[in-house]
Design a protein around this ligand. Structure first.
Ligand SMILES: N[C@@H](CCC[C@H](N)C(=O)O)C(=O)O
Length: 264
């Protein structure tokens, strides 16, 4: 949910707005503020459905670009460039609109040395938000809310982590299917952008460990992974420059589903 507000909302108001039974219903609330930095179009704050401020939301960032366009803050079609800069909790990001109407956001570099390989099936990395990635053979039969909740609490405690369950495609090494349990929502969501990025990187590393050829992700040849999620398909592109995943770009569609005035 992306909002244009004149007074800050309280955590209780955000919680009530996100409630799916008695509120509007959302995985979180995004607030666009004026940025103090020259050249930045806005500053983005992200709150989970529990009302608390959290880390980066990849899909929310893409939605905020569409929202900024809708309220006239940016004119991607006539700006001369289809790319803007915005601030988020983890620093600056590029975002924009592609020919065909999809929106993308660039994610900050990830060092291979910062990716924890827990064991063959489990990885942990931060793509703006913390993500546990578990590889499974049968995604549709996986108890995502149950096992996700257990990993989120037993392994990561109060601080928590998002937990992604990933099934690799047997036919296409550049395609994965993902379901995500999100902390702060405390349930499975339909799609998670930073989770898609974390899963694509972990899948790439897992292929490397398994010594399976997956095509190259080099500084010249960005690798694109198609990430299938219940809410739709996202694409994650990145390059591998030495020890660093760089030029990480998350792209996909954005759909306007609801609008209204909130009386608080
Ligand atoms: N719930 C997450 C952050 C949200 C991630 C988001 N769904 C995305 O699209 O990236 C957290 O608190 O870490």
């Amino acid at each position: 949910m992306t909002s244009r507000i004149s007074t800050p909302l309280t955590s209780g108001q955000r919680l009530r707005m996100c409630n799916r039974k008695t509120g509007i219903g959302a995985d979180g609330v995004l607030v666009l503020q004026q940025s103090e930095l020259p050249g930045f179009t806005f500053k983005l704050l992200y709150y989970n459905a529990d009302g608390q401020e959290s880390s980066l939301c990849g899909n929310g960032s893409r939605c905020s670009l569409a929202f900024a366009e809708q309220i006239g803050l940016v004119d991607f079609d006539h700006a001369g460039s289809h790319v803007i800069k915005f601030e988020a909790c983890d620093g600056s990001h590029l975002g924009g609109k592609m020919a065909g109407g999809q929106y993308f956001v660039d994610i900050r570099d990830v060092r291979i040395s910062d990716v924890k390989r827990i064991d063959e099936m489990n990885y942990f990395l931060n793509t703006g938000s913390p993500h546990h990635v578990r590889f499974v053979e049968h995604l549709t039969q996986t108890d995502v809310p149950g096992i996700g909740k257990e990993i989120r609490w037993k392994t990561y405690g109060k601080e928590g982590s998002n937990v992604n369950f990933v099934q690799m495609s047997l036919q296409n090494p550049r395609q994965i299917s993902v379901r995500t349990f999100e902390r702060g929502v405390e349930d499975e969501t339909l799609a998670c952008g930073t989770g898609a990025v974390a899963s694509a990187i972990a899948a790439y590393l897992r292929h490397q460990y398994d010594k399976k050829p997956i095509g190259c992700a080099s500084s010249q040849d960005p690798m694109t992974t198609q990430v299938l999620m219940e809410g739709g398909t996202l694409e994650v592109a990145f390059k591998l420059q030495g020890n660093i995943f760089s030029d990480i770009r998350l792209r996909g569609p954005v759909r306007h589903v609801f609008e209204g005035n909130i009386v608080v």
